[in-house]
Design a protein around this ligand. Structure first.
Ligand SMILES: [Cu+2]
Length: 314
């Protein structure tokens, strides 16, 4: 059923988490509208009824009115208590993850969302979930504070380094919902976007099986390319020469790179390795030190594969 303020909300795609929030949202807005209309009518009525009618009209001295003052204190107190207990119940509901929830791990980092599934499947900026199933996202950050927000599900939660946080939802319809980062986290914060992609449960199983088990093609260039895609390097590095937050990978191999301290360095295996594991060690001129170190995230073999891939980007 339509309500007055429906136009302010995106469609509710996860009633189990959204219903409390929406109910309270509508209550606050509708109650405020009633109060606004009531006050406006009273204001106009009093202005006309008690306007100055002749030059010797005198305003009587009124000190106070106990009944009136108690009334206008107690009624708002009750309204506030209703809003508080409603909000508190909704918050408890968001914190109480159903026992049978399906778990997916999400890592936020500048400026991507990396996602991993029970069988080792990985995606970047896409969270694949089964329809009609409670899903729990276990989240952490690799660098600064981020915040995970899906308006369609009415869930939002800070994502922190060195600590796990979580959200849950149950998407009832097959389709896609937008994810935003809602904690300012640097230059490309507004591009830190992802999609939740909802599959029918059987389709989800198939999708998971097809994507499980890390890439077995055995080709280092292909493996390197996949690593670059899955690790979000492209949020900052283009492969076609387009300038970005970081230098483009196009033609990078073997070139003389100018550094911020005025020196130069040849882009070779060791320089790339250091740039990935400890990006702050040598800063490329014209760029800021904003790359999050991949120490502990990419293995030696991963880096070797990435290097083989970089060599091919001409
Ligand atoms: Cu962010």
């Amino acid at each position: 059923m339509g309500r007055l303020f429906d136009f302010m909300l995106p469609e509710n795609m996860s009633p189990l988490t959204a219903d409390y929030t929406d109910g309270l949202f509508h209550f606050i807005n509708e109650a405020s509208t009633i109060v606004l209309v009531g006050i406006t009518i009273a204001l106009i009525y009093f202005a006309i009824r008690y306007r100055r009618k002749s030059s010797d009209d005198k305003t009587p001295v009124i000190t106070h009115n106990n009944k009136l003052e108690i009334t206008w204190s107690v009624i708002p107190l009750f309204i506030t208590l209703i809003i508080f207990s409603w909000g508190y119940k909704g918050w408890l509901n968001l914190k109480a993850v159903p026992d049978d929830a399906y778990e997916i791990h999400v890592t936020g980092f500048k400026w991507n969302w990396a996602v991993s599934y029970e069988n080792g499947a990985q995606t970047l900026n896409e969270i694949h979930v089964p329809q009609g199933t409670p899903v729990k996202l276990v989240m952490k950050s690799r660098d600064v504070l981020h915040s995970f927000f899906v308006p369609d599900y009415r869930v939002k939660q800070d994502v922190l380094p060195n600590r796990y946080t979580y959200v849950w939802f149950q998407a009832e319809e097959v389709g896609e919902s937008q994810v935003f980062c809602t904690e300012y986290c640097g230059t490309s914060h507004s591009n830190m976007l992802a999609k939740v992609i909802v599959h029918e449960p059987d389709d989800f199983k198939n999708w998971l099986e097809m994507n499980g088990g890390a890439g077995g093609s055995g080709d280092p260039v292909e493996a390197g390319k996949e690593l670059v895609n899955l690790n979000g390097c492209q949020a900052c590095h283009s492969v076609d020469g387009t300038p970005g937050i970081g230098p483009s990978f196009k033609g990078i191999w073997g070139k003389e790179e100018s550094l911020a301290d005025g020196s130069t360095v040849t882009v070779d295996e060791n320089y790339v390795r250091e740039s990935i594991l400890n990006p702050g060690a040598k800063i490329v001129a014209g760029h800021d030190n904003v790359m999050t170190p991949y120490e502990g995230i990419l293995s030696d073999e991963d880096i070797t594969n990435i290097i083989e891939y970089l060599k091919t980007i001409e």
